[in-house]
Ligand binder design. Structure first.
Ligand code: S3P
Length: 181
């Protein structure tokens, strides 16, 4: 089976869902934000503050190149990874792309639990900023094979749906490639 790549905005549940999914599938869990932090020995908020977003995006792209060719991984990505076409290209080579979604109000509530960790949302009106960024990024998140709205769903249910959809997707592909009816 291919890697499973979780795309989606901040606060849609990529890391929590990814961890659980990986453990149920006995896959390795990889988190691109975490890898950037390990590589640079800095928190993401520090990278944004000291070196700026462009430098963060460069580190992010480097990490994507490293993980994209691995096998049996659940890869949780930073919300802005979709902004770079080369990232999506690399990640889809060996991975099925799944986008997690959530309503803006739900996103705000979730990210506020860890205030300060999302430099892009350090704005006077974070809800408007979430709406603005979401509308900008929506077309990119839609490139995924599946979209799942996690706003009102329990973790177990999100994981179950991803497994079901991914397995069905694989079946369709296998049927196509063997030429079976
Ligand atoms: C970002 C999302 C963050 C992190 C960085 C930028 C974004 O990751 O990569 O703060 O551009 O949406 P999460 O989506 O894991 O919060």
């Amino acid at each position: 089976m291919k890697n499973i790549v979780l795309l989606g905005f901040m606060g849609t549940g990529k890391s929590v869902v990814g961890r659980r999914l990986a453990s149920e599938l006995r896959y390795q869990f990889v988190d691109t934000d975490q890898m950037v932090e390990e590589k640079t020995n800095k928190k993401i908020s520090e990278i944004f503050a000291q070196q700026g977003e462009a430098q963060f995006r460069a580190w992010e792209a480097e990490v994507v190149r490293e993980v994209a060719d691995r096998n049996r991984c659940v890869i949780s990505t930073g919300g802005g990874i979709v902004l770079n076409a080369a990232n999506l290209e690399a990640l889809s080579r060996k991975g099925i792309l799944v986008s997690l979604q959530a309503r803006p109000e739900v996103i705000l509530k979730r990210v506020q639990k860890r205030a300060g960790q999302r430099p892009l949302l350090q704005k006077p009106d974070p809800l408007s900023e979430i709406q603005r960024l979401l509308s900008e990024r929506e077309p990119f998140y839609r490139r995924a094979s599946f979209m799942i709205d996690t706003s009102d769903m329990r973790l177990e249910e999100v994981v179950r749906q991803i497994k079901e959809k991914v397995l069905t997707g694989e079946d369709q592909k296998n049927t196509g490639s063997t030429g079976n009816p």
